[in-house]
Design a protein. Sequence first.
Lengths: 122, 245, 275
Amino acid sequence: MKWKLDDSRPIWPQLKEQLIIAIVAGEYKMGGAFPTVRELAESAGVNRNTMQRALSELEHDGFVITNRTVGRVVTTDEGLVAKMKESIAKQTIEKFIREMEAIGYSEDDVVKMIKKRGEEDK
Amino acid sequence: MKTGTLIECFDVSKAFGSKLALNRVNLSVGRGKVIGLLGPNGSGKTTFIKLINGLIRPTKGEILIDGRKPGVYTKLIISYLPDRPYFADWMTVKDVLSMFSEFYQDFDRNKAENMCAAMNIQPEDRIKTMSKGTREKVQLVLVMSRKAQLYLLDEPIAGVDPAARDYILTTIINNYNEDGTVIISTHLISDIERILDEVIFIKDGKMVRHESVDEIKEKEGKSIDDVFKDTFRMEPFMGVNRNDR
Amino acid sequence: MTGRLIKYEIRSSIKLMAVIWAALIAASLLFSVSSNLLRRTFEGASQGANTLVSIVGTITGFMYISIFIALVAATVIIVILRFYKGLLGDEGYLMHTLPVKPWQLITSKGLVAAGVVLLSIIVAMVSLAILAGLSSLSVIPDIFSGIAKAWKEDPRYILIIVEVLVIMVLSLLKSIYQVYASLAIGQLAGKHRILLSLAAYIGLSTAVTVFFIILGMIAGSFDMVDLLSSWDGSAGNMFGLSQFVIAVMFGLTAIQLVAFHIITERILSLKLNLQ
């Protein structure tokens, strides 16, 4: 997967966020195998301690489960993933609206613009 | 897995003649960490590394590695990459591999051979005929093929191109013994800050900061590179102000 | 571990030396052939052929002498350089971080250096024997028959020969260690390392001389000379005298050897100054 890391913030929360997005987006299939710490650390160019911390957090939040026989797998809890998906969507919309407000559009204006864009596309 | 502090320095000073290269350093370093030893050129990084690996002795103070003073035992558990080529020029890759496997029980010869093969380096290649970059990579491969308690890497990425730099950093983070600690000295912070757990800032022979990277970023909201630049900022000479005349 | 160090030390000295040893033997063979065989073959031949033979003889002779000088120089240089480059230069970063003690590094270098010098001496003697021609080979049975004769006459002669050989090797090692101690002192200097090494060598030699003079004065005050001259000349006593002299020489050489080793070891342990 592609990583986008910002050096002015601690690295592990960013790893966690991006892994969650990958799970929500279905990049890692529910119930499917999850890459090892080593593989993930290598692809992100971080050390294994840092990646381990992100994974521990993911495990703590229930997104991945360490199974004694098959290793680490993605959760099968659809409700958890759906809830997270919704929460990410909400956050993205919030952020978008705040940016639009910053340049002088009201929320109504924004809704209208989005509708109009949808009609033009048809 | 061993526990306890890996490196302890008690009031360590090192003088060369009248010049104080390290000034009353107190330091405690744990296990299983990747640590950046960061400071400008001439700040005492190499002196510190040489003291830890026993190449030189402190003028004052005491150093303990895994509870022992630098000596044969500590040399067994430290894997050291100096900032210069250190193989005799008559040697071939095979010779240096044999040498490492004879002197270090923790050396994984297979691993080193595979890594050399991956770089297209033949066992019969002579160190003397290699390019500077290849020679540095061979040294790194040897050093990282040991399952050491402590890796001391002195300026591993100084003066290399970006591709070689990526190779070096990847080799380091993929191969170190996770129970051991890696200390990387450098003045090129932005290139390595993502792989660090902790940083030690060294300035004019003094350890001015030793903190976890996450703590620094949370506290200051800046990259280590920026924090480093703030810490070591030098005031450039701006010319004489007209009003002062 | 010392054994492993010696193995690597041999490998790093042997390549260059083997070439020179082989070259010297080859040159001595060539010179020998041109000066003996060719001359004999062309005896009574034309003036031109004779001139040619003498030119070839001169060239091969010159070659032999050059290589002989090269051998002497290479032996001295390798003794110095293997220590200087190997322990005080960049290679020192590897050698001094191996899990071995400094005395093991010094001993491995010293023993191999002594071996190189001994081999150079043997090769030089062999080359001289070749020059002297086949007739000189008769020296070897002569030596053995001499030894056998001495053994028959008094086995203790053999003991003396062995003792003298041991002292020669010991004093060779001592000379090498003096060079090491000088180089170790020299590296203490930041810049003028070679100059300080030279000064240290002269200084150490002077110190040894002064030590001997003082020892001589002490011996004199104990009437040692009188004691020695009172020894009567009978065979048994002559043997006793020889053993006494050998013991003294052995002791004096060993003291220097140990002193130079300690100086070197202490400096490398405490004051290593790799550039």
